[in-house]
Design a protein around this ligand. Structure first.
Ligand SMILES: O=P(O)(O)OP(=O)(O)OP(=O)(O)OC[C@H]1O[C@@H](n2cnc3c(O)ncnc32)[C@H](O)[C@@H]1O
Ligand SMILES: [Mg+2]
Length: 198
């Protein structure tokens, strides 16, 4: 079976990538399979910089093609926060629960129509000896006033999708991937990397 290395240690992302790549005949390995590996410091100021950092670190270490995902939630009423710092919004322990609480606290009193937000995803593909390639995807939504649903990960329980009238955490993994920032970025990746994906 063909293998693809996804340079992430995030369980939620890992599951989504497994579901996205399985139909393409790929076995997915992630950094969760290598717990001894040290986490790459995300020193970039943009999703693109951080995605490239993570992808190149993994492909250099393992000498294989690696795909990294840097993503985050941009909330208009918070001037684009938590943005690139989404994972660590409430502290360096990367606690989804605390991150959600902080967002809801900071949006207290903000009316529904002003709670617009988007998820962003940049995927970087690094092949040893070749220039790293990036693609992006975005998903528009609204921030709820309470958590709804227990699927997904991260900020999904407070991210409302207008068209479907539910949060990303109330969708199946397939439903989420059909409209998500990650799903859209991967669709673009499939176009630019036909040789590798097919
Ligand atoms: O860097 P890796 O190892 O991939 O894992 P991470 O969790 O640190 O990932 P990021 O640096 O890209 O931070 C992205 C954060 O944005 C949030 N996020 C990204 N995609 C999401 C999604 O599809 N649903 C909900 N939250 C998401 C989530 O809280 C992530 O921790
Ligand atoms: Mg990270």
């Amino acid at each position: 079976m063909k293998k693809v290395l996804i340079a992430t240690a995030n369980k939620g992302k890992a599951k989504e990538f497994e579901s996205l790549f399985a139909p393409l005949g790929f076995e997915v390995t992630t950094l969760l399979d290598y717990p001894e590996m040290e986490e790459v410091e995300e020193t970039g100021e943009t999703f693109k910089e951080n995605a490239i950092l993570k992808a190149e670190a993994a492909s250099n270490q393992f000498k294989v093609m690696a795909i990294a995902d840097d993503s985050g939630l941009l909330i208009d009423a918070l001037n684009g926060d938590p943005g690139v710092y989404s994972a660590r919004y409430a502290g360096k322990e990367k606690n989804d629960e605390e991150n959600i609480k902080k967002v809801l606290r900071n949006l207290q009193g903000i009316p529904a129509e002003k709670r617009t937000a988007r998820f962003h995803c940049t995927l970087a593909v690094s092949v040893p000896g070749e220039k790293t390639l990036t693609v992006t995807g975005e998903c528009e939504g609204m921030i709820t006033t309470e958590k709804l649903g227990d699927g997904g990960f991260g900020y999904d329980p407070i991210f409302w999708i207008e068209d479907q009238s539910c949060t990303l955490a109330q969708m199946t993994r397939e439903e989420k991937s059909a409209i998500s920032h990650r799903g859209k970025a991967l669709e673009k990746l499939k176009e630019v990397l036909p040789k590798i994906i097919n």
